[in-house]
Ligand binder design. Sequence first.
Ligand code: PNS
Length: 162
Amino acid sequence: MQRICVYPGSFDPVTAGHMDIIGRIVDMFDQVVVGVLNNAQKKTFFSVEQRINFLRQCTSDFDNVEIAYFDGMLVDFASQQNAKFIVRGLRAVSDFEYEFQMASVNKRLRPELETIFLMTRTRHSFLSSSIVRDVGRYGGDLSSMVPNQICKQLQHDLLRQQ
Ligand code: PNS
């Protein structure tokens, strides 16, 4: 029986922190499905196609990673993917309340699904997609904050859309 997890998020855009988590879970699961939220009510800077494209470029070295989008409930997406696990990264105590609420709701909705939390490495604990967008918008150096494969493109896109 395959151990499949979903790693969901907005990924607007994917950061070095996200990649830290992905790089660790590829060894823990047979299949990792990165689920990109595509929700008309949640406005994002990058389109779902751009976010997926960035993720594909950054994960091309992993043969057990798949990128997909979802637009409904996370638990439904996980079931469609035959996943028994949801993975989320925790950066700081401030993440806990929201994550606790989300994991509890998901458990209520689908008790057979387990949410697993991984602590993000401390060197990425300050990092978020919104910080990346903000630094990039003003032309700041993103090289330590985003994966190498997409750094140049992101610097360009964020600066251009200031
Ligand atoms: O990267 P983010 O924005 O913190 O990811 C949040 C995400 C996508 C995991 C969360 O918003 C989500 O699961 N949305 C889908 C809707 C859903 O299932 N809601 C009920 C659980 S709170």
